[in-house]
Design a protein around this ligand. Structure first.
Ligand SMILES: [Zn+2]
Length: 326
């Protein structure tokens, strides 16, 4: 009996296999080499959250993260199935509170080359128009977070008010700071001034001091270290909280297991590390949602404490059809 079943299987496999072997033309469909539209959506209580991809860029982990032996760095990356050069996501996040449309960070615009600068296209693909954005909250004024504010020298979001920490504005928009900066750093000041200019000129740039309530359900919390006025934003609706961070971390595979590792992108490494530890601990303890500018897209999930560090648990997929459970 067994022999007959096997024989039948062999015949069936032959029958299936024959056209595959001869039908070469069917295997020659061109590969598409493109990704799904760059947005992902979920609900946070009554708030609709849309993660927007700005694209990705290559980041060499060993140049950003120090304070770890090369073999330990390689082992940690390998544990996450990565090698030293990581395809790093750049994300922005759109929050529709029901009465306001708020964008957190804007991606790189034209500042970082063609592999990024796609946030506007992702926003449109997600069903919104740039002129519908009411408020833009900036985590900090590095090019990959503010570049998308401008399009051909004009405001890319013509009806939006832009808000950021006063400390951040004082640092990056200061001509004196630019003059005092080393030559290779002056470009960062120029980028910030250029990105903010259309909004400053129109009276639509409104900095805030430290911690601040912004629109109902969204507040700013000062998290200095990466830059002088680096800020995280908390969105809260119906008892759910989402912490949106900018450059609190860059390499998930290294910094979640060990938040104490030095991040060379932090202007003040000690303060940056202290913020990272504090924010990770808060997020894990309170079971908050987290959304990260440089977490692998869509960059929304949770942190679970492992004792010494954390495990990142990315969001369970939702079809947005009210199935629930998230
Ligand atoms: Zn960044």
């Amino acid at each position: 009996m067994m022999r007959r079943i096997l024989a039948t299987w062999a015949l069936a496999l032959l029958a299936v296999g024959m056209p595959l072997m001869t039908g070469v033309a069917h295997a020659a469909a061109p590969q598409q080499k493109s990704q799904a539209p760059g947005y992902y959506r979920m609900m946070l209580g009554d708030f609709e959250i849309t993660a927007l991809s700005d694209g990705t860029f290559p980041l060499k982990a060993s140049e950003v993260i120090t304070g770890i032996a090369p073999k330990d760095l390689d082992a940690a990356l390998s544990r996450s199935f990565l090698s030293d050069t990581i395809e790093e996501s750049v994300n922005g996040f759109l929050i529709n509170t029901g009465s306001k449309l708020v964008l957190i960070d804007t991606g790189a615009g034209v500042y970082f080359g063609p592999s990024v600068g796609k946030l506007l296209a992702s926003l449109k693909a997600s069903g919104y128009r740039p002129d519908q954005v009411d408020e833009i909250y900036i985590t900090h004024m590095h090019g990959d977070h503010i570049g998308g504010l401008v399009l051909d020298g004009k405001a890319a979001f013509p009806n939006a008010v832009v808000r950021a920490s006063q400390k951040e504005a004082d640092h990056w928009l200061s001509k004196a700071n630019r003059a005092a900066a080393p030559q290779e750093a002056k470009g960062d000041f120029d980028a910030a001034i250029k990105a903010l200019q259309p909004y400053v000129s129109a009276g639509k740039f409104k900095p805030f001091d430290g911690d601040a309530n912004l629109v109902p359900g969204i507040r700013a919390v000062a998290a200095p270290g990466h830059t002088p006025g680096h800020t995280v934003y908390l969105a809260e609706s119906k008892g759910q909280t989402l912490v949106l961070w900018g450059d609190t971390m860059h390499v998930a595979a290294l910094q979640f297991p060990d938040p104490s590792l030095t991040d060379n992108y932090d202007a003040d490494a000690a303060a940056g590390t202290a913020q990272r530890k504090k924010i990770f601990a808060d997020v894990a303890e309170h079971r908050y949602w987290v959304a990260g500018a440089h977490l692998s897209f869509p960059g929304i999930g949770h942190l679970r404490s492992t004792g010494a560090g954390y495990t990142y648990v990315h969001a369970n997929y939702t079809s947005m059809q009210g199935v629930g459970g998230n």
